[in-house]
Design a protein around this ligand. Sequence first.
Ligand code: FRU
Length: 481
Amino acid sequence: LLNKDLAMNKAEYEALYKQHEALRNKVANDPWHLGYHIMPDSGWVNDPNGLCQYHGTYHIYYQYSPFDVEGKTKLWGHMTSKDLLHFKQEEPVLFPDSRCDERGAYSGSAFIEDDTIHYFYTGNVKLMDQDYDFINAGREQNLIHVESKDGIHLSDKEWLMTNSDYPQDMSCHVRDPKIYKQKDAYYMVLGARDLASHGCVLVFESRNLKDWSYKMRFEKENFGYMWECPDLFDLDGDQFLITCPQGLSQKGYHYQNIYQCGYFPMHVDFENETYTMKDFCELDYGFDFYAPQSFEDEKGRRILIGWMGLPDIDYTNPTTENGWQHALTLPRVLTSKNGVIYQTPVEELHQLRTSSYTSTVKAFNDLELLADRYEMAIDIEKQDNFVLQLRKGACLSYDIEKHLLCLSFDACGYGRDKRYVEVEDIKNILVYADTSSLEIFVNDGAIVFTSRVYTTHEDNQIRFMETAMDGNVHFYELGKI
Ligand code: FRU
């Protein structure tokens, strides 16, 4: 290894794991511990990685820093599930323990071919100059391949590409591989920043998943300095590219977060190396959503899971005091119509329902509901202004004249204030609230808000503050997994 400060091997992890039992107990007893989301047993998580279903079992890997709430060391944590609802924590599968990934086993994906899971990920390495100075020296972003026959035991790391294999005009930021197959060819998309600080997606081609050659790139003028975590896929007959551009400035009610995450409706002609790309559409308007990844499960559903968090934010998560930070979003099924992606939480979640209440919007407050975890579906019959309190201090409101939908927080947002989206017509709203999170799906999931929120039990009353609209509400309290 060149330097060990962020490296960690399996033996070191196991020794540290033994020493941190008290920390894991503290996390398990945190009143903000999530009831039905993937979250760290201690420490930090960010991007979902390597999502796949293999021989019936779902494998969810993620960027994981078990002993550090600030997430500096990057391992691949691992959960398995038979039903996308109950998750079993497994040992981490990838450690930053070799010359090609010593400063982080960064994000990557899984691709199943010939009954083998192929993983591709980025090994992060920072180089020092003669004065042992990191800042002036640069970094390697290495493409690494590993394989598995069970999702638990992984083969040795194969170092397939490094900076010199990427186009000459690239900076040292090229990462987050994801595979797309068309006919007999495999295409790998990689997020990148060029030397002029323009973000783009690089496409490499291979016939055997081992030898990759540069093919083409997707880019858009004046659209940020770096694009992270690309994901190219087909959905209901259309093609989409999801990516996370960094460096877009806010424009009206668009790009309200520090970094963005959204999709381009695409049409790629690999043979002629041409493509068309329609306008970028944001996947989420909340405070805590980034770096999602999708995969097709054995039922043929395209499922998306995101990081319920963002890097470099200026709001906070009070859970850091209790030894953990961040989580993954609910798994959501993607569908598309006319170039729009719709997100719907997987139906497996219905099994969490404990009690149910049905009411009109007008009569809803008579139910006097107080719940830490709930699902709430509102079908709107007559639109009008509304303010819906999702928890005390956390509201979703609509201004019908301005066509503005707003998610707002008081102190329970810990610095999260207001996020807006312009919507002409609101037909329905679906809310999934967990102990310290809200996921709100509007108009069949064409518009989504994902956010963390930190209230105490007494403040978890759900009510309409102002109701001038008509409609019906289906409310379910949800259990824990
Ligand atoms: C996105 C990201 C990726 C990188 C990973 C490191 O959140 O910055 O680009 O691979 O996180 O944890």
